[in-house]
Design a protein around this ligand. Structure first.
Ligand SMILES: [Zn+2]
Length: 369
């Protein structure tokens, strides 16, 4: 069976199913909607292997086992999205070759690539490696519940394929930055700003000092970035601020850089006499060094399918960061081509779906040996 022809012939069926899936809006933490989407996914994946549903406080994790020969491959996708219910006036819109919808690109389109790759294996009878599929409900909030499940599955696997979107130019993702989230809480002392401000300790001023110190840890040449993107503090303009806090996003390409910033943030000392600091959080996703061998294999298959695939590096983390950190060969960015993840202009390019889906199917088959 010609792989590309199979996916071309099923493009409209894929899009119909994607529309139904996108219309089941699934913001992280919306347990009712996540459960409904899990039901929907269960019905479709169940005929393709042995399916197990693990209930977690963040929604169900679906795990599918499909026996095969030789090596063992883990396929990863999440079905939660960043889009709140009601954020999109129309949940599905087609404009020419572009298909818009919440999560269509990140990453419901990629998740359905797995479904159709399995259907292709079923239809073609092609021999393939033993497969495990994990569909998770909490990636967009850092995978608090899925992480241990993903890591346990990755330890059993010889290769991990992640169905997040490719880079903006369609490249596969062989490196991702590590991501840390820190909260710095400053406790000062309140006082009347007009009567006796000298008796207070201004937590906002202290926080400003700390933000300047943390920003000094940024090293753009190394790609280490610091984002104090959420701050709050104080109660009224005439009260010396008693409390202030900042949430800081840290990203780095290497463990060394992530560790350097982590240690420095934990070692912060107050500047103002009487101020007290608390630092919470840490490195949430370690930097991902993807597998060069998997990439080269994918690139060769892609070339036969008419795809020119480069090795991309991106700042955003994914569940691939966890599996690569365990030393399991990982390749990410195998989802559909499109743009604007996390935005209300998120879309995929329909005409490029068949080749990308065929790439996944052929890559899986190739991993038999
Ligand atoms: Zn995603």
């Amino acid at each position: 069976m010609d792989t590309l022809e199979y996916f071309k012939a099923h493009l409209s069926a894929y899009l119909e199913e994607l529309e139904a899936f996108v219309r089941l809006e699934t913001p992280s933490r919306d347990l009712e909607r996540l459960a409904r989407a899990a039901d929907w996914l269960e019905a479709r994946f169940a005929p393709l292997g042995r399916l197990e549903r693990l209930e977690t406080p963040m929604g169900p994790i679906l795990r599918l086992e499909r026996p095969g020969g030789g090596r063992r491959v883990l396929l990863l996708a999440h079905y939660d999205t960043v889009h709140p219910v009601g954020a999109w006036p129309e949940l599905w819109r087609v404009e020419g070759d572009r298909v818009y919808g919440p999560g269509v690109y990140d990453m419901k389109g990629g998740l359905l690539f797995i479904l159709w790759a399995l259907r292709y294996l079923e239809a073609s009878g092609a021999p393939h490696p033993a497969l495990e599929v994990l569909l998770t409900p909490d990636e967009e909030i850092g995978s608090p519940e899925s992480r241990p499940v993903i890591e346990a599955s990755a330890r059993r696997a010889d290769a991990v394929l992640v169905l997040e979107a490719p880079t903006g130019t369609g490249g596969l993702k062989v490196a991702r930055k590590g991501v840390g989230i820190y909260t710095i809480r400053v406790h000062g002392k309140a006082a009347h700003q007009g009567v006796e401000p000298e008796k207070g300790v201004n937590a906002v001023v202290e926080l400003a000092h700390q933000i300047t110190r943390v920003m000094a840890l940024q090293d753009l040449e190394q790609g280490t970035t610091i984002g104090p993107n959420l701050v709050r503090g104080g109660t009224a303009s005439n009260v010396v601020a008693e409390y202030a806090e900042a949430v800081i996003d840290v990203r780095a390409w290497t463990e060394e850089e992530a560790g350097r910033v982590d240690r420095a943030i934990r070692a912060l000392e107050p500047v103002l006499p009487g101020a007290r600091l608390e630092v919470a959080g840490g490195i949430n996703r370690p930097p991902m060094q993807g597998s060069r061998a998997l990439f080269e294999r994918a690139r060769a298959i892609g070339a036969r399918l008419g795809l020119v695939l480069e090795a991309g590096r991106v700042g955003g983390g994914s569940d691939g960061n966890f599996t690569a950190a365990l030393g399991v060969p990982t390749l990410d960015g195998l989802g559909p081509f499109g743009a604007d993840a996390h935005q209300r202009t998120e879309h995929i390019v329909a005409s490029q779906v068949p080749a990308r889906n065929a790439l996944l199917a052929e890559l899986v088959v190739s991993l038999l040996d």
